[in-house]
Design a protein around this ligand. Structure first.
Ligand code: SF4
Length: 416
């Protein structure tokens, strides 16, 4: 796919020219996973789930994880006309050479793109037609709550949170390779993993739930995309699930129960990692971010830290000063002329410091130091929290330590 003809629009979708941490060489990896997003690059790179799994799998020993996105129609026509296969973004290896091809199913309209990608990769569409040499086709994401419509096309479907289950799946795949086991035996193995539904094998499946958001990493070196993506900012998941429990809302049910991330870990991440990523904005992700237990303290302290001179905007542009932007420590880039925060400044019509003051209350019982525990990541700095240690703090009390008085865990929210 690197041989991009001039007729293809937005070639940076396929170039792989991103700022990112180098990966394990292909030859040194025992297990190779390809994460596929069935939509174009700029949409897929705005999806936090695929980036989280990418980080987790690459942190596993002797494991390589790469990405592939759906080609736009012009590129698809080029691939079909030249007989070229669908290849990964990083190493440009054919998708069918990987051990696992995992699709993220975020919305049903991408189902046809999944089939197009399988077709371009030269992998049989129906699971019953697949050969021993074909990769395991895995599906995950919120759509798998109803796996039946796509069950004929996937070897296994992961229902629920993927952080733990993806590593268990890779363990089983690696075992199969070591023992030269067959495909049917592997699928039976996979069906024993909690949250994994194997069509034709599993009778039923229960949704996999990550018990504590501290077990999901904050990405230490996020990929800086090769082009402007839809959500062109550093995304940080502050909580999962929603306290509101609206009856009509799929997400409110799909992501139950409510789990909140340690605010001290978030603040430390914002202070130490965010300014080095090359992004000029950070987004605090949640189904309902305003319901995060200490959202006001988190935003206030983050603003004090990241933009002490100005920028009261809650979308948290950081590193911004009147003279320009702090250069990125990784890429050396100092900013793009058309960046969103710059445009926003211009729209406000001032370009200078805001007159609005953001203050920080100092009466909280903040612990003297941050102590995120080391996780299983290969990085020297681990951006994991401490499972079971909840410093979720209530906005009403203003206290950073102690348990949140709202008892979310296991309830799935539901105040309605
Ligand atoms: S408040 Fe929560 S449950 Fe209600 S619609 Fe929004 S995300 Fe869904």
């Amino acid at each position: 796919m690197r041989n991009i003809p001039p007729s293809v629009k937005k070639p940076s979708r396929y170039s792989g020219a991103e700022v990112r941490t180098p990966l394990l060489p292909w030859e040194e990896a025992d297990t190779r996973v390809l994460l596929a997003f069935p939509d174009v690059y700029e949409i897929g790179m705005s999806h936090l789930g695929i980036l989280l799994l990418y980080e987790l799998v690459n942190a596993r020993r002797k494991t390589l994880c790469e990405r592939v996105f759906a080609p736009w129609r012009d590129m698809e026509e080029h691939l079909r006309a030249t007989g070229s296969p669908l290849v990964s973004l990083e190493s440009a290896r054919p998708a069918r050479d990987f051990d696992v091809l995992g699709f993220s199913l975020s919305y049903e309209l991408t189902y046809t793109n999944v089939l197009a990608m399988l077709d371009l990769a030269g992998i049989p569409l129906l699971r019953t037609n697949r050969r021993e040499s074909d990769p395991v086709i895995l599906g995950g994401g919120v759509c798998t709550l109803n796996p039946a419509p796509v069950a004929e096309f996937f070897d296994a479907l992961l229902v629920g949170d993927g952080e733990e289950a993806i590593l268990e799946i890779v363990d089983r795949v690696e075992d199969r390779k070591r023992r030269s086991g067959n495909r049917d035996a592997l699928l039976r193995d996979l069906s024993e993993i909690e949250g994994v539904y194997v069509p034709g094998v599993s009778a039923k499946v229960s949704r996999r739930v990550l018990p504590d958001l501290a077990m999901s990493p904050l990405i230490p070196s996020p990929i800086l995309p090769a082009m402007r993506v839809v959500h062109d900012r550093l995304s940080i998941e502050i909580s999962r699930g929603c306290t509101r429990g609206c009856r009509f809302c799929q997400a409110g049910y799909a992501y139950r129960p409510v789990r909140e991330r340690d605010p001290l870990l978030l603040l430390r991440y914002l202070q130490e990692v965010a300014p080095k990523t090359g992004y000029d904005e950070v987004g605090l992700l949640s189904l309902s971010a305003a319901d995060y237990g200490c959202i006001d303290r988190l935003i206030t302290d983050a603003m004090e830290t990241l933009s002490p001179e100005e920028s009261p905007c809650p979308s948290l542009p950081f590193g911004w000063t009147r003279s320009g932007r702090t250069p990125c420590a990784r890429s050396g880039r100092s900013g793009r002329p058309g960046s969103r925060s710059r445009r926003r400044q211009a729209r406000r019509g001032s370009g200078g410091p805001s007159t609005r003051r953001w203050t920080t209350a100092t009466s909280c019982a903040r612990p003297s130091g941050f102590s995120p525990t080391g996780g299983r990541g290969s990085s020297s700095t681990s951006w994991w929290g401490s499972p079971g240690r909840r410093r979720t703090t209530c906005a009403r009390s203003g206290n950073w330590s102690g348990r949140c008085p709202r008892s979310h865990a296991g309830t799935g929210g539901g105040t309605s």
